[in-house]
Ligand binder design. Structure first.
Ligand code: CA
Length: 252
């Protein structure tokens, strides 16, 4: 295990990038900087150096942050991404999550908050990977179930960030793993959209709930034999969702 955590900063505003680099290095991180979207993607895809996390601006020359994350995930690169958005529009945040972003921060931000979010991201990765909470506690951690959860011929392996189903293995993003863990921990009861946003993803905004529904549709493709007739991840109209490991009759 490398002793120095490696962070990539993709940011085209020079003064902001220099401030980030200075402070991240002061915190003991190794930092690589890219200012151009396409160049950043190519550098990341080349895999020249190990990367522990990416701080990624949305608006960049030649290629935006959403498309960088999409391309990385399509190439099965799952390094955690903290996205910096100047827009702060909930649809954009959810679009980022849908693209495979793991956390976001609105510009302008306090440096202390960025560092806390980055630590949170690295800790969540460690948490899923190790199956145990990291020693550092910035906020209370929920109870942690065992490293894996098996139901209906499927196994969610939180340590490997994988969902294994007959004939296929699906890689889970941190967002997906966090939500699945929450659903497993609260199996059988209704989980509201507000709870998902505030407790699972820490998004404290009024958000277009259709964006969450899109995320759930994707999860159903992993969890259900017939995603259009779900029996495990049910929609509770107007409220949220309910996860039933043992299944239920098809929703009408
Ligand atoms: Ca920018």
């Amino acid at each position: 295990m490398s002793t120095q955590t490696s962070i990539v900063v993709v940011e085209d505003e020079e003064h902001l990038a220099q401030g980030l680099i200075f402070n991240l290095e002061a915190e003991g991180y190794r930092v690589h900087h890219e200012a151009d979207g396409e160049a950043a993607l190519q550098w990341l895809l080349a895999g020249t150096e190990p990367v522990d996390a990416i701080i990624l601006d949305v608006m960049l020359p030649s290629r935006d942050g959403f498309s960088i994350v999409q391309e990385l995930r399509a190439a099965q690169n799952y390094v955690p991404v903290l996205m910096l958005t100047a827009r702060g529009r909930p649809e954009d945040i959810l679009q980022g999550f849908d693209a495979g972003v793991d956390d976001y921060l609105n510009k302008p931000f306090d440096l202390s908050i960025l560092l806390a979010r980055l630590k949170g991201l690295l800790r969540r990765m460690h948490w899923h990977r190790a199956g145990t909470p990291a020693e550092e506690k910035l906020e209370p951690e929920p109870q942690i179930p065992s490293d894996s959860f098996t139901f209906a011929n499927r196994t969610i392996d939180f340590a490997a960030l994988e969902l294994r189903a007959p004939g296929k293995t699906i890689h889970l993003t941190l967002m997906e793993a966090d939500l699945l863990r929450h659903l497993v921990q609260h199996a059988g009861r209704i989980v509201s959209r507000k709870e998902i946003l505030e407790q699972v993803w820490r998004v404290h905004e009024d958000t277009d709930t259709r964006a969450i529904d899109n995320f759930i549709v994707r999860l159903r493709r992993y969890l259900e034999d017939n995603p259009s007739q779900p029996v495990h991840l049910l929609t509770v109209r107007g409220v949220g969702y309910r996860f039933l490991p043992d299944g239920a009759g098809p929703q009408s």
